[in-house]
Design a protein around this ligand. Structure first.
Ligand SMILES: Cc1cc2nc3c(=O)[nH]c(=O)nc-3n(C[C@H](O)[C@H](O)[C@H](O)COP(=O)(O)OP(=O)(O)OC[C@H]3O[C@@H](n4cnc5c(N)ncnc54)[C@H](O)[C@@H]3O)c2cc1C
Length: 574
């Protein structure tokens, strides 16, 4: 088998969490117009105003017109006010816990009302055997999949779409949402060397952007990587090694390395699982066939379409919550577990503070989607230094979202635009109105810049004003907006939401889960609860799996072990 033609270099993708993805669609069908000029994907009306505006030294942050809620950090008290001001009236099930245990039903308490926790409640109640209570710290349910209303827009916490390759999961979601999903043909692009390129990259575009020498260099290093893969080799020991072997050093340095730095930090110390999750790996043979156009890229690596809830992504968790309420489940907002009461190796009840009052909820099983450190504190107290140290070694990055409110009806053509280059603070830009034009007023729009940061690093230390100013100047530089059209910005920060698989994470995770397995009736789920880099469809899968296995009589430690194996196979599909 010969080497693939150079145009196979075009087969790079980026994920929904801002991270690179796998080979995918070979040549789009129908082909998308090449867009190699900077800002060519931007509306003409916008381009006409480029560079004509004065860029303010300081972008007003969180100063929306009167009547709007104030901005604030995600999930803290301020943000609660934002969302409280706009949430739907609470249902009876959301506000009132009756404290009774329904006869013959098994009481289960679920900690956390994001999609992770809600999905467990949804599937448990479907069996008709359980009395479910969800305990949510915030004033509203949904977590990072929730939407909020701000200055006339319904906004998500960064760009969210629904797609899944896990058998049956998409059908479950479609049935639950009964006709309230919009199907979109996916459009992604990447901003490189001052140009906006459509994805998958096309050879012609890439060659024009990089110039012949750089392009030939990439081709050479890619060819070498293909040859090396055909020779016997050991498993890669880092993200860097994994990607270099797969795409060659040239492509790694152009795209994957800078993007990895932005999302997770130094790629040389990242575990190869980080790449495996974000860069699904067909075998070398499959890859070459795909590159030679003898085999179509599968929907496992590249989704051509995706779904979006018409009323905003938050309609997904809201519909799960409605299902729970309708089936007699309880959802307690503004509530937190303060103590787990035990008998030997089991938790018998959970003491919570709910709207200021102390209550005790009996439970046969406890399912947690809380951070493992928080759960560990509840289970073992702060005194278990070994556990605290091990769980503390599981690293996270924080999420930053900067929403830029703009006096233009629309800006982008693509659902996501990726920015791997370091001169831009953000790693991705998205526009809410592209998901559903009805989610904002006709004459204005919002661009959302998303990126990550680490505790104490330069980015996290910036003030909200500085973050907003850096994002706006990046958008102006890319030709997306004219500064005079920028009205104001909203900054949201969410701590510890991006698990970072470093080289020791497997060992730490093993120690943490072995310790927690000691509690006989405890399970964890969700993105942070499982320390698993995942999407909402994976949370739905976990909920379904847990409910199914419990209903079949499996014990939580057994289910947990199976679940850990299952989540290791999750891949984020673009
Ligand atoms: C920028 C970005 C883009 C994404 N894009 C997509 C996408 O396109 N498609 C997709 O499917 N997924 C996407 N995801 C991933 C998705 O957001 C997560 O998989 C999902 O939100 C995880 O849900 P969860 O319930 O595990 O966690 P969370 O959403 O964080 O929910 C946890 C809940 O627990 C509550 N809580 C915390 N502490 C306590 C406590 N002590 N007591 C009680 N409650 C507590 C929180 O308030 C929260 O409601 C994206 C994520 C990001 C950041």
């Amino acid at each position: 088998m010969g080497l693939p033609p150079l145009r196979s270099l075009v087969l790079l993708h980026f994920g929904d969490d801002p991270a690179p993805l796998a080979p995918g669609r070979v040549w789009p069908d129908p082909p998308r117009p090449a867009r190699s000029d900077a800002g060519a994907g931007i509306h003409r009306a916008q381009n006409e105003r480029l560079c004509s505006g004065h860029f303010p030294d300081r972008v007003p942050v969180g100063e929306p017109p009167s009547g709007s809620a104030r901005h604030g950090p995600l999930l803290d008290g301020t943000d609660v006010r934002v969302r409280e001001a706009h949430r739907e009236p609470a249902t009876e099930a959301q506000t009132c816990f009756k404290g009774s245990v329904v006869k013959d039903k098994v009481p289960i308490v679920i900690l956390g009302g994001g999609v992770g926790g809600l999905a467990v409640g949804w599937f448990l109640l479907r069996t008709g055997r359980y009395e479910v209570t969800v305990v949510e710290r915030d004033q509203v349910i949904g977590g990072h999949c929730g939407s909020f209303v701000y200055d006339g827009f319904t906004l998500d916490h960064g760009p969210h779409k629904i797609y899944s390759v896990i058998p049956g999961v998409l059908d479950e979601i479609r049935t639950l949402m009964s006709g309230r999903l919009i199907e979109h043909k996916k459009r992604h692009s990447i901003y490189l060397n001052g140009r906006l390129l459509s994805y998958p990259l096309e050879m012609g575009n890439l060659a024009r952007v990089l110039g012949p020498r750089h392009f030939a260099g990439l081709g050479m290093s890619y060819g070498i990587s293909i040859l090396k893969r055909l020779l016997p080799h050991t498993d890669p020991s880092s993200y860097e090694e994994y990607v270099v072997r797969r795409f060659g050093r040239g492509v790694y340095e152009l795209v994957f390395e800078p993007l990895a730095w932005k999302v997770w930090g130094d790629p040389a110390i990242l575990h190869p699982d980080m790449a495996r999750t974000r860069i699904p790996s067909a075998g070398a043979g499959d890859l070459i066939l795909t590159l030679l156009h003898l085999k179509q890229a599968s929907s496992d690596t590249n989704a051509e379409t995706f779904y979006y809830p018409r009323r905003g992504f938050g309609d997904l968790p809201q519909t799960m919550a409605d299902y729970i309420a309708k089936r007699g489940g309880h959802i307690l907002v503004n509530s937190q577990a303060i103590r787990l009461n035990r008998s030997d190796a089991s938790i018998t009840s959970v003491t919570i503070r709910s709207n200021g009052a102390i209550r005790t909820l009996p439970c046969r099983f406890l399912v947690s989607s809380l951070p493992l450190s928080l759960l560990g504190g509840l289970v073992y107290g702060e005194g278990d230094e070994d556990f605290v140290r091990t769980v503390g070694s599981l690293r996270f990055r924080h999420l930053v979202l900067v929403y830029v409110f703009i006096n233009q009806p629309r800006i982008l053509d693509d659902h996501w635009v990726f920015f791997p280059e370091r001169e831009f603070l953000f790693s991705r830009v998205s526009e809410q109105k592209l998901m559903n034009v009805e989610l904002g007023p006709p004459d204005r729009t919002v661009l959302c810049c998303d990126f990550t940061a680490s505790e104490g690093d330069e980015v996290w230390s910036l003030t909200d004003d500085e973050l907003a100013t850096r994002c706006v100047s990046g958008l102006v530089k890319a030709g997306f907006v004219s500064a005079k059209d920028v009205q104001h910005c909203l900054v949201k920060r969410s701590e510890n939401f991006y698990p970072v698989y470093d080289r020791s994470y497997e060992q730490s995770m093993k120690a943490v889960s072995e310790k927690l397995h000691g509690t006989e009736n405890l399970l964890t789920t969700g993105r942070i609860g499982m320390y698993n880099y995942n999407n909402s469809d994976h949370c739905v899968d976990m909920g379904r799996f847990i409910a199914d296995r419990l209903a079949k009589g499996a014990s939580p430690p057994v289910i947990w072990t199976e679940l850990e194996r299952r989540v290791r196979s999750y891949r984020i599909v673009d």
